[in-house]
Design a protein around this ligand. Structure first.
Ligand code: URA
Length: 294
């Protein structure tokens, strides 16, 4: 990315970026040039790719042709100009509080008008080594203001316990922080609007490992469109897009994908597969493999 020499241009750019930030837009992507020399957006994970309200169907989505959706801009002038309020705060509790304050009584996407009771920010240890990321709050979470407190949450608790951990030791959040009506899949624009806040949470918590729960979470975090069968069973190197940790020694997290607990409730035969994913995570974290499984 070329540096911008002209002070006037830099100032104009800073003003424009501040304006976007006030609208809740934090991430900027470079457009690829196509062969004709004009710019084009590479998009593929559209709402149609994730629109099934059936978790079973959502878990095993067919592969789409193109894979990577958006490439976050390199560390460049944009990043310097879009420093977040928590950027230099080393206390993770204070930093998360600033992110929560920035979110405010969010009206950035249409979910705020579609029956949400409250924003479900995230819960757990702000210095957790392990973070779970789901899709979005359901009815119970919307009522209680905490992620994964309903039936899927009970199963997630059991999964965490089977790993030899307590819920309070990990951090749990979602891609979108407001309940989509009727528990529908969050739409592309909703994920795009909300995920910068998740990226900032991740940059503050600095987990060693992130577990993406289900295809929607995985695809949003990784910007990869692939079926669960391809997403699972390996680690990805993950750096939160558009958010920088205050700790320069943090080199990002390992990210693993497993089935969403709601899917496992519908198809318990897949629990063994999910347990394999969690064992891979435990090994990475140096956790002892317990005898009992989930
Ligand atoms: N499903 C999710 O994806 N997140 C929750 O918080 C609850 C259910």
């Amino acid at each position: 990315m070329p540096t911008i020499q002209s002070p006037d241009l830099r100032r104009a750019l800073a003003d424009r970026i501040r304006y976007y930030n006030e609208l809740g837009i934090y991430d900027f992507y470079r457009r690829e040039r196509n062969e004709a020399g004009s710019e084009s957006m590479t998009t593929d994970v559209g709402p149609e790719a994730t629109s099934s309200s059936q978790p079973e169907l959502r878990e095993e989505m067919s592969p789409r042709k193109s894979a990577v959706v958006a490439r976050p801009a390199d560390h460049n002038i944009f990043e310097v100009l879009t420093l977040k309020p928590e950027q230099n705060i080393t206390d993770p509790v204070a930093a998360l509080k600033l992110i929560r304050e920035d979110l405010g009584d969010c009206t950035r996407c249409k979910l705020h008008q579609q029956g949400r009771k409250q924003i479900v920010f995230g819960v757990g240890n702000p210095q957790a080594d392990l973070m779970f990321v789901g899709e979005g709050p359901g009815a119970d979470e919307d009522a209680q203001g905490e992620p994964f407190v309903g039936r899927a949450g009970q199963l997630l608790n059991n999964m965490i316990k089977a790993m030899g951990l307590r819920r309070e030791e990990v951090y749990i959040a979602n891609v979108v922080k407001c309940r989509p009506p009727g528990n529908r899949t969050p739409e592309r624009d909703e994920c795009d609007t909300c995920s910068p806040f998740l990226m900032r949470q991740i940059a503050v918590i600095k987990p060693k490992v992130i577990v993406a729960l289900g295809a929607v979470s995985a695809k949003n975090l990784l910007a990869i469109n692939a079926p669960m069968s391809e997403l699972r069973g390996r680690f990805y190197d993950f750096m939160p897009a558009g958010a920088r940790s205050s700790d320069p020694s943090w080199q990002g997290a390992k990210l693993a994908v497993t089935y969403h607990p709601a899917f496992l409730l519908r198809d318990p035969r897949q629990k063994g597969e999910a347990w394999k994913d969690l064992q891979m995570v435990m090994k990475c974290l140096g956790l002892e493999l317990p005898k009992q499984n989930m």
